[in-house]
Design a protein around this ligand. Sequence first.
Ligand code: C2E
Ligand code: MG
Ligand code: MG
Length: 567
Amino acid sequence: MSHSFKEEEKLAIDAEIERLLLRWSEYEGEIKEFAKMNSSLLRPICRLLSVARIEVALNAPSSSLAPDGIDNMEILNDSGKIPGNKPLIYNKTTYEGGSCVIRFYPYAGTEFDNYTVSKLEFMATMVFMFGGRVRTRGLLKKALSSDQLTGLPNLNSFLAFMGMLIQRGRANFYNAYYLNVRNFKYINKLSDQRTGDECMAEYARKLSAIVDRDEIVSRLGGDNFVALIKRDENDAFLDAIKAIPVDVMTKSGPRTVVLGATVGVYEIPSDIRNPEDIMMPITVAHTIARQVLHKECVYYSESLASQFLISQRVLVNFKDAIKKHEFETYLQPKIDLSTGEVCGAEALARWNHHGEIIGPNDFIPPLERDGSICELDFEILRQSCEIIEGWKSKGIDPITISVNLSRWHLEEPDTAEKILKTVKKYDFDPKYLEFEITESVDSREYEALTSLLAKLRESGFITSIDDFGTGYSSITMLKDFELDVLKLDRSFIAKIGDKTEGLKDRVLVSNVVNLAKQLDMQVLAEGVETEAQMKYLKKIGCDMIQGFLYSKPIPVNEFTKQYMKKD
Ligand code: C2E
Ligand code: MG
Ligand code: MG
C-alpha cells in the first residue's frame, strides 16, 4: 500500500528537510553526538515519509588516524514501528576507500513510492556528505591533539588538561613531569628506524598504562614526554618509570631492553594561573638533572632555577664577554710570614658585566662544565703578564703573580707550549709567574699533570698545588710532582685558632708544614682570617699566608697603590 502526497504535505516535507540541512551545516560537535541529535531531528521527516528506521553502516580500512580501521553501525532514527524487510539501500565509497551503506526501512507491509524514493535518495546523499564532514573533522581534531607515532595525547592536549585542572581548582593536587628516556639512542643503534619507532610506541603504551584516568602523559616528540600525575602517586610513578622493559628485534635476534628516564618534577602551586606556566619549571628541572647534577630526578626550586639561569647567562654571554674584555683580574696579596711583607699575589677573575661585578662562584662552575674555562685562564694569564710589564715600565719591582689553571688544560697536550707562546710576547723573568693547579685524582690526568708541571718548572715558572688536602691523592702527589709551593686549603685553617675545637686540624697542619719543608717545598696557608690563625701558622714555620686578615682580592690599580712601591 502506498500513500499519495498532497501538496501541503510535500511542502511540509521540504520544510523539514531544509531545517535538517541547516542544522547539519551548522553542526561542529562530535560524531557520537551527531548520531544522537539526528534521532530527534529526523523523527518528523520519517513520520511524513513513513520511514520506520534508518541504518548507516560504515566500514573503513586501517589508516594512520584510525589504525584499527572502522566497523560501525548506527541507527539514525527508530520510529518504534515494525520495519519492513525490503529496505531501500544506498552504497557510497568513503574517501579512505571504505564503504558506507545507508538503509531506509519502510513500515512493515509497505513500500516507498517514487516521490519518497527521490526524497530518500537526496537524504542518503546528505547523510553521507554531512556525516563524512563531521567524521573528518573528528579525525582531524584527533590528529591535532595526539602524537602520530604513539597515539598519546600531544602538547596541546596536555596543556588543555592542565587548563581543566586549573579551572576545577585541582592543579595543586598534581605534580608536573618532564621525562627523557635514557639510552633510547642505544635502541636505534641496535636496530633500524622502524624497529625504533615500534619500541617507542611500546614504551609509550606501557607508560600510559601506569597513568590513571584522571592523569595524563603526552609525547612531545623524540624521546621526550610530559606528564601530570596526582601528587599522592608521585613515588609510585617515579618508581614505575625507573625501568620499563621493551622488546627490540635487533640485527642479531630479539632482545629485551630496560629503559629508564631522567626526570624533572614540579610540584604545582595553588596560585598557578596559566597552563603554560608549568613548562619552564619542568624543563629547567629536567635540564639540571641531565646536564648539571647528572641525577635521575630533580625537583624544581626557585634557588635551583636562579642558579641555573645565571649559569645559562654565563654560557650565552661568555664569548662576547671575553671579546669585550669584561673579565678583570683582581689581586689578593700573599704575605711572607718571616718579614710581614707582601711577597706575591693571586690573580682572581671577576666579571664586570654592565657594571655588575660577578664573582667566580657564579661563572667558574658553568665554564668548567663546558670546558670554556681554558679561554678564561688564558685571558687572566695575559692580563697578569700585562700587570707585571706595567709595573716594570713604571719602575716598580714586580712580585710574583699566580694564575689558576683549570684541570681542563690537562686534556690538551700542548698546554705548556701555549702558555710559553703567550708569555714570550712579554719581557720579564719567568719567576714572576706562578701556576696554581688543583689536585688530581684520575690516573690519566696524573700523567698529564706530571708532564705539565715539569715543563712549566723547566721554563723557570713557579708551580703550586692549590686547595691542598681537598682531593684524594695528596701524599703521592708530593712525591711525584715538580712543585714549589703547597697551598693548604682554607678548610684546614678555619679552626686552628680555636684552642679546643682546632686540635686535630693543628696536628694535621703542623705535620703537613713539616712534610713540605723536608721535601723542599714552601707552604702557603689560604683563607687566613684571624690573628690567632696567623700567629699559629708563624709558630709552626708556615712560609706564607693569604686571606681576608690582610686583604680580600682587589682591583689592580688599588693593589698597586697600596702594596707596590717604586725602587
Ligand atoms: P682559589 O684559587 O682557591 O682562590 C682563593 C679563593 O679564596 C678566592 O675566592 C678568594 O677570594 C678566597 N679567599 C681568600 N682569602 C679568603 C679568606 O680569608 N676567607 C675566605 N672565606 N675566602 C678567602 P674567589 O676569588 O671567589 O675564587 C674562588 C675560586 O674560583 C678560586 O679558588 C679558583 O679556584 C677559582 N678561580 C678564580 N679565578 C679563576 C681563574 O681565573 N681561573 C680558574 N681556573 N679558576 C679561577
Ligand atoms: Mg688559587
Ligand atoms: Mg685555593
